[in-house]
Design a protein around this ligand. Structure first.
Ligand SMILES: C[S@@+](CC[C@H](N)C(=O)[O-])C[C@H]1O[C@@H](n2cnc3c(N)ncnc32)[C@H](O)[C@@H]1O
Length: 304
């Protein structure tokens, strides 16, 4: 398996479905709560002798898009399918989504559309290329490579991926999130993960390169980490704008909340939404992310 393949495997959480059950139930409740079929008119129906009453005519086809749906361990798909007629799942990881819906009966599957796509514009091939390019360039430099040359090489590789990122909500709108395209848009626990694969790839490669070429002394990575942060800060407002414009009824955002140690990506999302002065309902939910390692997140759910 390629290094990139091994890195991707590290993100798989085998016990997520059972570990996340309480969070899943609560967050799904917040998603479906109050979502009503739109009333498009009224019909007069008989109500006893010579009496008529007006009943609402509902528009069919309530739709929802779940961004970063992945293995669908943090949402109750069956519950979602009771409320929505069209369910679109989006994730860079198409295999996880395919597995997540495998067990569903056909009548449910018919309502689901899977889209393997990235909300940043950085796709699976770009991640793989990023990893392969760094390995190749380090090889070309050989053992005369210095810390400075190595860091410059990483920054260049990041700039190449950055060039693939969406720079305007119009790009996201044409690819994934059409204006007023869905009744509900959901994006839970994704903002913190947008640069996670790049960050983890850099850590793994740097660990290996340092052992092989720098006598185990790792180079200072501050500049590289700053670059990742700036990429998040650029793309997150673009993503949020597109989500807000795409949702007809409500947009549900979920981000890891930590005032003392803000979570990269999650923090930018929370601040961006708060700075827009929208009517936002905020709720906190506990997410037992990894009980084995005692990782628990305080999730801030922002509903617009
Ligand atoms: C922490 S998980 C959220 C939980 C996930 N819904 C589940 O149940 O497994 C973050 C998800 O965001 C996806 N993701 C990360 N970057 C993405 C991007 N740029 N575009 C779309 N999905 C992305 C990951 O593949 C992963 O499935």
């Amino acid at each position: 398996m390629s290094i990139y393949g091994q890195i991707k495997e590290k993100f798989v959480m085998p016990n997520a479905y059972s570990d996340w059950s309480k969070y899943r139930e609560k967050v799904t409740g917040l998603i479906v709560n109050g979502v009503e079929h739109e009333v498009i008119g009224y019909d007069a129906v008989s109500a006893g002798i010579a009496k008529k009453k007006m009943v609402p005519i509902y528009k069919d086809g309530l739709s929802i898009v779940i961004l970063g749906a992945g293995a669908c361990s943090d949402i109750d798909l069956v519950e979602i399918l009771q409320h929505f007629d069209e369910v679109t799942l989006v994730d860079v990881d198409g295999d996880s989504m395919a597995k997540a819906i495998e067990w569903l009966p056909e009548m449910y599957k018919e309502k689901i559309t899977l889209k393997t796509a990235s909300i940043t514009g950085i796709n699976d091939v770009d991640y793989k290329e990023f990893c392969d390019d760094i390995i190749q360039e380090v090889r070309l430099c050989g053992n005369v490579i210095t810390h400075e040359v190595y860091i410059a090489l990483l920054l260049k590789a990041l700039e190449r991926v950055e060039a693939k990122m969406f720079t305007s909500d119009a790009e996201l709108q044409s690819e994934l999130l059409p204006p007023a395209g869905y009744d509900v848009v959901v994006c839970l626990g994704v903002h913190s993960q947008l640069m996670a694969l790049l960050s983890y790839t850099l850590q793994v490669l740097t660990y290996n390169v340092s052992r092989q070429l720098f006598d185990g002394i790792e180079p200072e990575m501050d500049e590289v980490m700053e670059k990742l942060k700036s990429m998040n800060s650029r793309v997150i407002p673009v993503i949020n704008s597109a989500i807000l414009k795409c949702s007809r009824e409500k947009a549900v955002f979920g981000c890891e909340y930590d005032e003392k140690n803000p979570v990269e990506g999650a923090y930018q999302c929370i601040v961006d939404l708060r700075s827009r002065h929208l009517e936002v309902t905020e709720k906190h939910l506990q997410w037992n992310f990894n009980p084995e390692k005692n990782v628990i997140y305080d999730m801030l759910i922002q509903i617009v």
